[in-house]
Ligand binder design. Structure first.
Ligand SMILES: NC(=O)c1ccc[n+]([C@@H]2O[C@H](COP(=O)([O-])OP(=O)(O)OC[C@H]3O[C@@H](n4cnc5c(N)ncnc54)[C@H](OP(=O)(O)O)[C@@H]3O)[C@@H](O)[C@H]2O)c1
Length: 186
């Protein structure tokens, strides 16, 4: 069964990028540039992914050319949510979309054919999916860092009735947390 999983690194105070959209704070943590075995195992089971425009721009600015994308994601289709015309990555399986994430999610589920859907970020995009009851899990690598501001992890109110801690572990200096997300009531 396909699960829709928001998997990301975060600071303790719930930011996934600093105010300058930088991840330097993450890469400065021991092991911060290698998301680890569990992440690689998760990636191997991903059949579709989605990211917002800011994340796409960050990724494409920091990857090692189109081969870098191919090495990381192969043929896995990636939806990029944007209102703009963004430059595509040559040879990458990209679909630019805007508006209702419900429609995009239906396309992703069909493409994933039972494999998992990775919500790369940002936080509001994960929130748009959670609003519609389309987010199944949140998996966090919590870095031993506070940022005081930046791009928020998940700018929604999800009370304890909607989030259940399903695992908690440690990877070096990171706390690894997984939560099951229940759909909104009603
Ligand atoms: N720590 C980590 O592991 C991690 C993981 C992921 C991301 N990040 C970083 O976190 C930051 C996230 O940036 P962000 O908070 O700005 O979020 P984002 O989701 O990457 O980008 C937000 C933008 O996506 C577009 N968008 C989102 N939903 C849309 C919709 N339904 N329809 C059309 N367009 C839509 C809009 O762009 P336009 O209207 O401008 O087109 C919006 O301004 C980035 O710097 C990224 O690199 C870090």
């Amino acid at each position: 069964v396909s699960r829709t999983v928001y998997l990301t690194a975060t600071s303790i105070d719930g930011f996934i990028a600093d105010a300058a959209n930088s991840l330097d704070w993450l890469f400065a943590v021991e092991g911060g540039d290698d998301a680890g075995e569990a992440f690689r195992a998760f990636l191997a089971g991903v059949g579709a992914m989605v990211m917002g425009a800011t994340t796409y721009e960050w990724v494409t600015a920091h990857m090692e050319g189109p081969e870098g994308w191919r090495e990381a994601h192969g043929d896995v289709p990636c939806w990029v949510m944007t209102h703009r015309r963004l430059a595509p990555v040559a040879g990458a399986a990209l679909r630019f979309a805007s508006g209702d994430v419900g429609a995009v999610h239906a396309e992703m589920r069909a493409a994933a054919a039972g494999r998992d859907i990775w919500v790369v970020g940002g936080g509001d995009l994960a929130g748009q999916l959670a609003d519609r009851g389309l987010l199944d899990e949140v998996r966090l690598s919590v870095a031993p860092v506070t940022l005081g501001g930046g791009a928020p992890l998940l700018p929604r109110r999800l009370d304890a009735g909607r989030l259940e801690l399903v695992s908690a572990g440690r990877r070096g200096p990171f706390a690894e947390l997984a939560y099951r997300v229940a759909p909104p009531a009603g």
